[in-house]
Design a binder for this molecule. Structure first.
Ligand SMILES: [Zn+2]
Length: 169
């Protein structure tokens, strides 16, 4: 899903999760976007294989086969499989960290699962099994997320985030 939706999910969780101090609330928000922290490497891999030098969202699905298995994608896959957050969840129980962190990581996957359709569907069982899970749509190809609508949407999310932060942080 888009960065704004992931960030807003983090802000909502940080606002309503009981007993978090400010530092923990910030970490909760960061965990909501953590899986996409290596999207730039994903993008670099696409640029590498995109021959016309003009990478656009329409190219993403076309290039997915070419960049498949490239080490550039390891960090992205590392954060977009089920084992990472589950192992982190177990560590959280063991070390007494708030479960909000690992659940935010899982929530990121929950958003991405339906919004990555086929060619860039999540490799939920990576690195053991390479099969992609097929979602319902590719969010980067939805018109709403590509024009002025996205800025309007993000503006609304920003206003709601400011209200939440001022009320609950
Ligand atoms: Zn993601």
């Amino acid at each position: 899903m888009d960065l704004g939706t992931h960030l807003f999910t983090g802000v909502v969780a940080a606002s309503f999760w009981p007993g978090l101090d400010l530092r923990q609330k910030i970490l909760v928000v960061l965990f909501a976007i953590l899986p996409d922290s290596f999207e730039w490497l994903h993008q670099l891999a696409r640029k590498h294989y995109d021959n016309d030098g003009h990478l656009v969202a329409e190219d993403y699905n076309r290039l997915s086969k070419k960049i498949e298995g490239h080490w550039y994608l390891w960090p992205y896959n590392f954060f977009h499989n089920l084992f990472g957050p589950l192992i982190f969840l177990v560590c959280s129980v063991y070390y007494n960290w708030t479960l909000a962190y690992s659940l935010m990581w899982l929530s990121h996957l929950l958003w991405d699962l339906p919004s990555h359709k086929i060619k860039l569907g999540l490799k939920l069982w990576w690195p053991f099994y390479q099969k992609r899970i097929h979602g319902f749509f590719d969010w980067w190809l939805v018109k709403f997320f590509r024009g002025w609508e996205l800025l309007g949407y993000w503006a609304i999310l920003t206003i709601m985030s400011v209200i939440l932060i001022r009320s609950f942080w």
